[in-house]
Structures are given as structure tokens and as C-alpha cells.
Design a protein around this ligand. Structure first.
Ligand code: GAR
Length: 192
């Protein structure tokens, strides 16, 4: 079974959807570790409930990105982590993790990239009054939401939508799309 880590900074609804899919055998991986950069993030409780190890760190307590990523790498290596799924982890990944996990770190982003990268993509799309937005899953590179796109799904913004209703629609897509894409990548890897 492939061993995976999830990196998250927030509520953890995507964390939950991946862990649930793994428990139900819909994706063939074992989520061994949560990496989180905010000690008050709700995702930490979710990991504890599932008995998944957590590495919670405060970036300020390290000399810089290289230093905390060295520690993350150590935590991943200890557990034999092969894939990393970013699920609302709001930090760029640096060379310390990118080099050993080339093409093995993927991210979910709540817009149709390259539109609306960065923070609050749902709010950005809503403010711009675009008619279509969506969800993107992509490989991580050294840019902000710039890596090669793996999959996208669109959602229409209607006249009745509020920011909250749009967020609900996007999250519903995220929760079904992310596990599906993960499983496709893992199966492809087994075949090759
Ligand atoms: C998700 O909507 C995810 O797409 C977004 O953060 C949210 C985390 O929600 N990620 C980004 O914006 C990355 N640039 P969750 O904690 O409920 O899974």
C-alpha cells in the first residue's frame, strides 16, 4: 500500500474526504501523516480522531523554509511517505521537499487555474463576477499554483449564488474529485 502524507492548514474537509476514501478502499493508499503549520487548525483534531500521526510546526520557530522543510522531510522519511497531497496548505513548497518528491506532490485549488491563483480564489472569482469557475488539481512546482495541471472541473456561478453557496458547490466538487484523481495517479504508477 502506498504511504501518503497530507499537508493542510485549515478546516480539513479535503483531508477528511481523502482519509474516508482510503478507509473505504476507494483509493489504494495509507494516510500516515498530517503536516500542519497552524497549531489551532481544525484539521489537527480530524487527524487525531483517525489516529493519524501529526507533525504540527510553527514556521517562526525555524531559521527559514529550508530548516522547517528539512524537519518535514525527516518526518516523512521516518514513515516511508511516497506521495504528498496538499489540501489547503497555504505555503509554497521549497527545493528541500520538491527534489525528493518530484512529481509526487499534488495540490487542489478552488479555481480554474491559471485564473485566480493564491489566496481566496473563491472570493476572487465571485468579486470578478465570472460566470464559470471551478477546481484544479495540479502537480507542485516552485511557483504559486503554477505546476502542470492534472484535472479540472468547472462550476457555473448563477445570479442566485452568494459567496457561501459558491463555496459549497466548489467544496462538493473538491471532495469527490480529489480522491478520484489520487486513485488514477496511484493506479497509473502501479502499471508503470
Ligand atoms: C480548499 O478549498 C482548497 O482548494 C484550498 O483551501 C481549501 C481548504 O479547505 N486551497 C487553496 O486555496 C490552495 N491555494 P479544507 O481545509 O476544508 O480542505
Amino acid at each position: 500500500m502506498i504511504k501518503a502524507a497530507i499537508f493542510a492548514s485549515g478546516t480539513g474537509s479535503n483531508f477528511d474526504s481523502i482519509v474516508r476514501a482510503a478507509e473505504q478502499g476507494e483509493i489504494s493508499c495509507d494516510v500516515r501523516l498530517l503536516v500542519c503549520d497552524r497549531s489551532n487548525a481544525r484539521v489537527i483534531e480530524k487527524a487525531k480522531k483517525k489516529n493519524i500521526d501529526t507533525f504540527v510546526f510553527s514556521p517562526k520557530e525555524f531559521g527559514g523554509k529550508d530548516a522547517y522543510e528539512q524537519q518535514i522531510l525527516l518526518e516523512c522519511r521516518k514513515r516511508g511517505i511516497e506521495w504528498i497531497f496538499l489540501a489547503g496548505y497555504m505555503r509554497l513548497i521549497g527545493p528541500v521537499l520538491l527534489a525528493p518528491y518530484q512529481n509526487r506532490i499534488i495540490n487542489i485549488h478552488p479555481s480554474l487555474l491559471p485564473a485566480f491563483p493564491g489566496k481566496d480564489a473563491i472570493g476572487q472569482a465571485f468579486e470578478k463576477q465570472v460566470k464559470v469557475t471551478g477546481v484544479t488539481i495540479h502537480y507542485i512546482d516552485n511557483g504559486m499554483d503554477t505546476g502542470p495541471i492534472i484535472e479540472q472541473e468547472a462550476v457555473r456561478i448563477t445570479a442566485e449564488d452568494t459567496r457561501e453557496s459558491l463555496q459549497k458547490k466548489i467544496q462538493a466538487i473538491e471532495h469527490s474529485l480529489y480522491p478520484k484523481v489520487i486513485q488514477t495517479l496511484l493506479v497509473e504508477e502501479e502499471i508503470h
